[in-house]
Design a protein around this ligand. Sequence first.
Ligand code: GLA
Length: 386
Amino acid sequence: MTLRLDATRLAGRFESVFGAAADGVWQAPGRVNLIGEHTDYNEGFVLPFAIDRTARVAVRLRSDSTIRLLSTFGNQGLTTVDARSLSRETARGWTKYPLGVVWALQQRGLDVGGLDLLLDSDVPRGAGLSSSHAIECAVITALNELAGADLGAGDMVLATQRAENDFVGAPTGIMDQSASLRGAAGHALFLDCRDQGIRLVPFDAESAGLVTLVIDTRVSHSHAGGGYADRRASCELGAEVLGVRALRDVGLEDLGEAGGLLDPVTFRRVRHVVTENERVLQTVKVLEGTGPEAIGPLLDASHASMRDDFEISCPELDLAVEAARAAGAIGARMTGGGFGGSAIALTPAAAEQQVRDAVGRAFAEAGYTAPDIFSVRPAAGAMRLA
Ligand code: GLA
């Protein structure tokens, strides 16, 4: 994992690389989704939180149309392109994310011209914690301010979604960027993906004697690949056959009838979305009532639904969840788009080491690559640092 450069050091590094001071430094976090998976593009409910791992960008607008991009990690070196001819075909590696944002703003009629940008990030990449959205959200927060565009959070969410969908090429929803832009310390973000309505729900695991462990299986995934798009297509087919605008409009009470109308696979995809929406609502109720110590069964049921009905888990994620539960976690589930990435395990602080050891041992015995295990807490959304 990369070490975080503070804002002063990042600005200093920027000046020595680009030969002029940055206009400022901005940051945006990655996210963990507590519950509500593959519900966002079905206009349903999600409950993610912004985590204490962030992407940070030092940025300077230029008076010409040159864009120069550099990161503190990887070996990509300096990328130089012209803002007037951005192309998703030629964009490489992490530069797709800032370039996608510049492109999406251009599509809205907002031409920010050229810029210099230095990126630093400690959001693990490829772990399903939205390292790409963290970059996009840091960049759009910076450009919105520097260009005086005055876009509200909802518009920035839609612009970064456009960047992901039409520039990066991943047909994803609005959950990740909403968490990154609108998250708040100590809270999960209850988001209605139909109208972008939000409510901040207290999620203070620590006070309840719990830690949220992330288990990065190191199985890499890409939502620009086939699995994610295939699930999305199944959901759209289900909505069409059932005659609704989106699966959000199907209730638990409709599932009996849906079973007679849909082919078995589409029915299981639909059942996941319908029951998952319900679990999000239940989780919000439990968090606002009893507290985090009572949400374990909902997390477990969510994982089972993704494993059996939506079929987006993998053996490593299932093992992480099972081993964590057996060693004392009160609830565990894969988080994010699936097909790899991370699981979360809500764990009593007293059992943390036991869970870490048990998961590590289980992976070693199965012959899997050792997982990366760390704790996260709900942190602030995107902001200016300097
Ligand atoms: C990815 C996407 C999100 C959402 C999740 C699944 O993280 O970026 O929009 O669809 O998968 O819940």
